[in-house]
Design a protein around this ligand. Structure first.
Ligand code: NAD
Ligand code: 3PG
Length: 525
């Protein structure tokens, strides 16, 4: 039974779903990184929000971990490349809290326009400072939107309702999409020059880090107000403090900070600053959405292999998974066979799909071929990290789908380019479910690739089969299955033997020295 740890505060629906799906679940929040590292080895899944930091150290200790589910959007608290190289799928829930976060940005815009928190504090202190809190209207003001993705577009929609003009900067925003959103697509400098309010809705990347810098602020209109419900690092906090103190920036509302939890921050107490403790996603509706989504997605993966909203693996629906599973088994075995037989100086690998296989989503099949192939070089490979390892090794990976149907109703072929030219193996599915090898390096041969096997290339001459049977028999090696294939009568032949145990080195030498033997390899699947 798979086991999941929920290590951040999450709606109880998540644990309920895990249990309903037959998954054991522990809820332990507020763990230190040492405490988490100590227990993470027990778990197949880790469900988190933004508090848990998944570092390379945690991943090293996570020897059973298969999936990390982020109940929310941002994954900057997870080292995704490290998760990928440990073969751990990282999933998020990209839409569950978008409306809630957009609403928080709008709420903060109103709070800035009318200084609501300061007015509340003053009023409750009995001061009744009516003349101190002069506000500004939002109507006809320009909202500068930096990032027009899921949340940014909802903010734009709500701002239209408030009769604001919206100018958007997003390098990935097309003219068509801008028209659809009713926003004016502008450059960042134009946005700075024109916006009365600026709201940030981008991820934190090398390009967006410090996008609101001292230089950027200098380009803004005096009296601008800034809202950040995205990520702390987008704003240079020291530059913002200076601009608030000088009055160039009239107000800033921050939900996120460079260091979180922000129990101390140089900005605190600066006039015009409003802050909330990373509350963007904190509504009961959004938390129920993301808890349900993350638990469903993680359960699908742990139980059926279905993949949704993964950041480091192609999607695979729970309906597709059972159909693809035998293909993935076949693909992994073919990849493994190629890796074991032809691993010298490989430059490229191509995965060709014919007949029924060509109708399927090729990504999981490619991932499985690469996982099988790379298993000849490392024992920590799986479908998640295989494409990364292949890339690291400079392997050129190609996927080819053939419309034509060949001799077999469905066929997966794996071809590698070696210094000796292209070499390929191919397999099919018998009865839609049983993987079967049908060709090795141009020679037709039918075999199940299973357990320990011996691969022998020999001259096709009478008496050879008897000799090999006797040699193995005398060495106490039991042959379970015998598969033969040959190029032309009297030419080169291939023998694939299933044996009950791996053949030891001295026996391999004896086989190697038999008359007519060209190559012998011990294989395992
Ligand atoms: N405060 C919170 O609690 C809270 C809640 C949800 C999401 N978030 C954060 O909000 C951010 C946005 O979320 P989303 O769901 O809208 O993401 P999204 O991926 O849908 O949209 C992000 C947009 O940013 C744009 N972008 C990327 N680089 C850019 C750049 N250099 N300049 C301008 N635009 C750029 C992208 O093209 C994309 O359109 C994320 O960082 C997320 O983590 C915060
Ligand atoms: O990226 C997100 O989804 C938000 O930052 C929400 O974070 P939280 O789940 O910790 O509230």
């Amino acid at each position: 039974m798979p086991k999941v740890l929920i290590s951040d505060k999450m709606d109880p629906k998540a644990a309920e779903i895990f249990r309903e799906r037959g998954i054991e679940v522990d809820e332990k929040t507020g763990l230190s990184k040492e405490e988490l590292a100590e227990i993470i080895g027990e778990y197949d899944g880790l469900a988190i929000r933004s508090s848990t930091k998944v570092t390379p150290k945690i991943l090293e200790a996570a020897t059973n971990l298969k999936v990390i589910g982020r109940a929310g959007i941002g994954v900057d608290n997870i080292d995704v490349p490290a998760a990928s190289s440990h073969g751990v799928v990282v999933m998020n829930t990209p839409f569950g809290n978008s409306i809630t976060t957009a609403e928080h940005a709008i709420a903060l815009m109103f709070a800035l326009a009318r200084q609501l928190p300061e007015a509340d504090t003053s009023t409750q202190a009995g001061k009744w400072e009516k003349s101190k809190f002069m506000g500004v209207e939002l109507t006809h003001k320009t909202l500068g939107l930096i990032g027009a993705g899921n949340i940014g577009s909802i903010v734009a929609d709500r701002a239209h309702g408030l009769k604001m003009k919206v100018a958007a900067y997003d390098p990935f925003l097309s003219e068509e999409r801008a028209i659809e959103l009713g926003v004016e697509k502008v450059t960042l400098d134009e946005l700075f020059a024109r916006a009365d309010f600026i709201t940030l809705h981008t991820p934190l990347t090398d390009q967006t880090r410090g996008i609101i810098s001292a230089e950027a602020i200098a380009k803004m209109k005096p009296g601008v107000r800034i809202i950040n419900c995205a990520r702390g690092g987008l704003i240079d906090e020291a530059a913002l403090k200076e601009a608030l103190e000088s009055g160039h920036v009239a107000g800033a509302a921050l939900d996120v900070f460079v260091e979180e939890p922000a129990k101390e921050n140089a900005l605190f107490g600066t006039p015009g600053l409003i802050s909330t403790p990373h509350l963007g996603a904190s509504t009961s509706e959004a938390q129920i959405n993301v808890a349900i989504q993350v638990a469903e997605q993680m359960s699908d993966y742990l139980i059926d292999g279905g993949v949704t909203n993964a950041l480091n693996m192609p999607s695979l629906s729970a309906e597709e998974a059972p159909k693809l599973r035998p293909y993935m088994e076949l693909a992994e075995k073919l990849g493994s066979l190629v890796g074991q037989l032809a691993h010298d100086a490989l430059r490229s690998i191509s995965i060709e799909l014919e007949g029924a296989a060509a109708e399927l989503n090729p990504k999981p099949i490619t991932g499985a071929v690469l996982a099988g192939f790379m298993s000849a070089f490392t024992d920590t490979v799986n479908m998640v990290n295989a494409p990364y390892l292949a890339k690291e090794r400079g392997l050129d990976v190609r996927e080819i789908r053939h419309d034509r149907e060949g001799v077999y109703h469905t066929l997966v072929r794996v071809a590698v380019m070696t210094d000796e030219g292209e070499k390929s193996v191919a397999g099919t599915l018998f009865g839609e479910a049983a993987p079967r090898l049908v060709e090795i390096f141009g020679i037709n041969i039918e075999a199940d690739l299973d357990g320990a096997m011996l691969y022998i290339v020999n001259e096709d001459k009478p008496g050879f089969i008897g000799r090999i049977g006797t040699t193995l028999g005398e060495a106490g090696v039991n042959i379970g299955n015998f598969h033969l294939g040959r190029r032309d009568g009297g030419g080169e032949a291939i023998l694939l033997l299933s044996v009950d145990q791996r053949v030891e080195e001295p026996v391999m030498w004896q086989v190697c020295n038999l008359e007519g033997v060209k190559t012998v390899k011990s294989l395992s699947f």
